[in-house]
Design a protein around this ligand. Structure first.
Ligand code: GLP
Length: 237
């Protein structure tokens, strides 16, 4: 059962999340860590990066998702977000695997990531944010879900995400790990923060499992830790 651990505010949630990750990385230093991007996990990553490099000398990282067709170096890309806040401060470039946002061929790029994860997975620790429409990565609400790395048609909600608000040319699609990749993670940390996420969190906690709200599939996973802050916590739960 998904039971939120409620923290006082975003900062407290972020510190608790960083501690949660640090404890598990210390127990298994060569863990494969999958990282979402967005406003929710930012302080967690900055806090974790501040713990110093020695904890992360064997850590492996995979990027959860990316905006298709945004240049990798764009300030709005997931790549720039992760490199700036986590990969470069901890010098993890050599053990970092990520979708390229402008590959010669998107399908081949998804196959490359799927093959890598098949050979190097499963993910040990998966950090997720909750989309306003219940998406995880770019596993968007749909009649069906994809198991592995794939090209995703972006929902209207994703196209309005704050990361790309200033972009004149919107991404053509999303590149994302699939629901099986996420659900095969040994441990999942779902972070939910801010008043805008209260209704999405309430829906996650009360909704039956449905591909129209992909986060509900987390109810099938035996080891999900759900951290939220007070602003995101539905009062009625
Ligand atoms: C974005 C990203 C996800 C992220 C989610 C929530 O579209 N693709 O990886 O977890 O939406 O983002 P935020 O934390 O900014 O609300």
């Amino acid at each position: 059962m998904l039971t939120p651990k409620v923290h006082q505010d975003h900062e407290a949630m972020s510190h608790a999340a960083a501690d949660w990750l640090a404890e598990r990385i210390a127990a298994q230093p060569d863990s494969l860590l999958c990282l979402a991007t967005g406003s929710t996990p930012l302080r967690c990553y900055q806090t974790l990066a501040g713990y110093g490099r020695s904890l992360f000398e064997r850590l492996r990282v995979i990027k959860l998702d990316e905006w298709a067709d945004l240049p990798m170096a764009s300030p709005a890309s997931c790549e720039t977000f992760l490199r700036t806040h986590f990969i470069e401060p901890l010098c993890l470039q050599a053990r970092y695997t990520a979708f390229h946002s402008q590959p010669p061929d998107f399908r081949t790029e998804c196959e490359r990531i799927a093959k890598w994860l098949g050979e190097n997975g499963p993910i040990d620790l998966c950090v997720l944010g909750l989309g306003l429409n219940g998406h995880l990565g770019f596993n968007e609400p749909s009649a069906f879900l994809h198991p592995h790395a794939h090209i995703a048609k972006l929902s209207a909600a994703s196209l309005q995400h704050t990361m790309i608000a200033a972009e004149k040319t919107k991404p053509s699609a999303g590149l994302t790990l699939g629901m099986a990749d996420i659900l095969q993670s040994r441990q999942i940390l779902l972070l939910v923060s801010g008043p805008a996420k209260r209704e999405p969190l309430q829906r996650l906690l009360t909704q039956s499992i449905t591909s129209q709200y992909p986060a509900t599939f987390l109810h099938l996973h035996p080891n999900v830790s759900l951290f939220c802050d007070k602003e995101a916590h539905p009062k009625s739960i």
